[in-house]
Design a protein around this ligand. Structure first.
Ligand SMILES: [Zn+2]
Ligand SMILES: [Zn+2]
Length: 291
């Protein structure tokens, strides 16, 4: 594979990670307010792929591209270039994301479907790009799917990033007639099933993939952010809107994925984002074992 991409087979389907950016060396408390400094060191299996030997975490922004049943499906297309965003590491960036996307063999005009687990700014960015001063669709022929409850919640959010995302990444898709609003619980055909995983946001959904092989796959979205949450089930992300609901969702989703023996693809998992779940020795949670 070319730089910044990884690929897995799920039966007759294929999933490719196209990376926008990865940050390493992050103190756990930066994104997990309840975490103490040594939390990752108590889970030695996290090193070296998910944490360093000082217990600092890695996190990635990546899109997963699914090829299944003759369709090309993009899931959660990252932050995007040239955006006004409040966080410095997302503001006015210039990443080679589309170059990586094309080098992996994809043509944006051939994408059939874009799926959004939710509408945070790091999951919708490449839906558009700037052309002659205007934000225009990138995946020009794709149906872009939005969960209705998530669109409503996003529209009611007056935060500076939410307003900006609406203007440069969401509204241009609706204006172009490429948007379709659906329920969080929807069979998308071709072995894809969207399932509600609320808590991080009110309309959050995760995506199951059955490629007809032995193993199904699960794309988490932000139902969990880092493999440490497979063991530390109580650990809430800084922007989980309803932390209690997000905890319950995480426990349910991980139980389902473990019972199914699923290949879990963590949307923000760094370095080795695909893996299976193995019960922790104490039986309280799971270890994430990368494939
Ligand atoms: Zn999010
Ligand atoms: Zn995210």
């Amino acid at each position: 594979m070319t730089e910044g991409t990884q690929r897995w087979e799920i039966g007759s389907a294929r999933v490719t990670s196209v990376v926008e950016a990865q940050n390493d060396g992050i103190p756990p408390g930066f994104f997990f307010p309840d975490a103490d400094e040594g939390i990752a060191l108590r889970h030695p299996w996290l090193a070296p792929h998910f944490a360093d030997d000082q217990g600092r975490l890695g996190l990635r922004v990546q899109a997963f591209v699914i090829e299944s049943a003759g369709r090309t499906v993009v899931v959660d297309p990252c932050v995007g270039n040239g955006r006004d965003r409040s966080l410095p590491f997302w503001n006015q960036q210039d990443w080679p994301f589309m170059e990586r996307f094309r080098a992996a063999g994809f043509d944006p005009d051939d994408v059939d479907l874009v799926v959004h687990t939710h509408l945070h700014l790091d999951h919708v960015g490449w839906d558009t790009h700037r052309d002659d001063g205007r934000w225009v669709p990138t995946f020009t022929r794709a149906r872009h799917l939005y969960v209705g409850a998530e669109v409503e919640a996003q529209a009611a959010d007056g935060g500076v990033d939410a307003v900006a995302v609406r203007g440069d990444s969401i509204e241009p898709i609706f204006a172009a007639g490429l948007a379709e609003t659906i329920d969080a619980d929807t069979d998308l055909g071709g072995g894809l099933r969207l399932a509600p995983t609320t808590g991080h946001t009110p309309g959050h959904a995760s995506l199951w993939l059955d490629g007809g092989g032995e193993r199904v796959a699960l794309i988490t979205g932000d139902a969990l952010h880092h493999p440490i949450q497979c063991s530390e089930l109580e650990l809430a992300w800084v922007s989980d809107e309803d932390p209690a609901e997000a905890r319950a969702t995480r426990r349910r989703l991980l139980t389902e994925a473990a019972d199914a023996g699923a290949l879990v693809l963590g949307t923000h998992f760094p370095t080795r984002p695909a893996g299976t779940l193995t019960a922790d020795e104490d039986g309280a949670g799971w270890r994430f074992v990368p494939v």
